[in-house]
Design a protein around this ligand. Structure first.
Ligand SMILES: [Zn+2]
Length: 297
């Protein structure tokens, strides 16, 4: 599933092939993924020079000449795939990579946005309109570099840490995978209440977020296209998707628990549940919830 590192990879790959070149042709093929008239999408882009691409969190805005812009995000399964990429199955009727929802052509390079689940979005228009899609996002997670910056993002949050870190209005770019990895590095349980974090824990977490993102980006160096872990790609992560496997630090078995409809992967020993002494090991979330339900009188 694309999070900040995968979207940054998409941005860099896009620019590597297309920066400075003029869009010869562009097509929107799916009215759900591109919720504007296909002719409007095409007219906003064709004949414009690609001047750059900026990213905030999981969103990208491509800058084009004449103050034009193309905003997109990848949803749950979106990927940018160059036409003709090896090992990429193509649709026999169109000759495009399967599940292509929109594409852009500059010279001999065509970049296709493939999205099986159609939860990604793209809209072309003025640069101002494109940037307006970023309003409401918190600072990019790679720009949250220290305890003070992270503290500002978490200000006023009362609930569990995992939910606050995934809230794109607080800080933009983290999803289930990067939150799991950062919390593991910081030794923090996903259900830790935000107000209970002290300054040292916030500092540890800020460092963990940055390291986790940098490692994920480094793991993609040199790749042409990505295959997401959920789609059968290699799993480079320490705890995400590793339920039942030994913790890389203490060899306890990684646990998967579901809260608010989302899986959490963590080490019950390195990331003890809130209110649990680390030496005794962590209780499961289910045990904690049954404890909470007991009458307090
Ligand atoms: Zn561990």
């Amino acid at each position: 599933m694309p999070e900040l590192p995968e979207v940054e990879f998409a941005r860099r790959r896009f620019l590597a092939g297309m920066e400075g070149r003029v869009v010869d042709d562009a097509r929107a093929l799916d009215a759900l993924v591109v919720p504007q008239p296909a002719s409007e999408f095409r007219e906003a882009l064709v004949g414009r020079r690609i001047e750059g691409a900026e990213r905030r969190g999981k969103h990208v805005v491509v800058r084009l000449s004449g103050d034009r812009g193309l905003w997109f995000h990848l949803g749950m399964s979106g990927r940018l795939v160059p036409l003709g990429a090896p090992d990429e199955p193509t649709d026999a009727s169109t000759g495009l990579p399967r599940f292509t929802r929109w594409w852009l052509k500059t010279g001999d390079l065509t970049v296709c946005l493939c999205d099986t689940r159609r939860l990604g979005r793209a809209v072309a228009g003025t640069l101002e309109e494109s940037r307006a899609h970023l309003a409401g996002l918190g600072p990019d997670a790679l720009d949250v570099k220290d305890e003070a910056a992270l503290g500002r993002c978490l200000e006023g949050a009362r609930g569990p840490l995992k939910a606050a870190l995934m809230d794109q209005a607080r800080l933009a770019g983290l999803g289930n995978i990067q939150v799991a990895e950062a919390l593991f590095r910081a030794g923090l349980h996903p259900e830790t209440a935000v107000p209970s974090l002290d300054r040292a824990a916030r500092a540890r977490l800020a460092r963990a977020i940055e390291e986790s993102l940098r490692d994920a980006l480094a793991a993609m160096e040199g790749l042409e296209t990505l295959v997401y872990v959920g789609a059968g790609g290699e799993n480079p992560f320490a705890v995400y998707g590793r339920a039942g496997e030994p913790c890389p630090r203490c060899r306890s078995l990684i646990v998967r628990e579901v809260a608010r409809g989302r899986s959490s992967f963590f080490c019950p020993r390195c990331q003890p549940a809130p209110g649990t002494a680390p030496a005794r090991g962590a209780r499961t979330m289910a045990q904690r919830h049954s404890h909470r339900r007991r009458p307090s009188t």
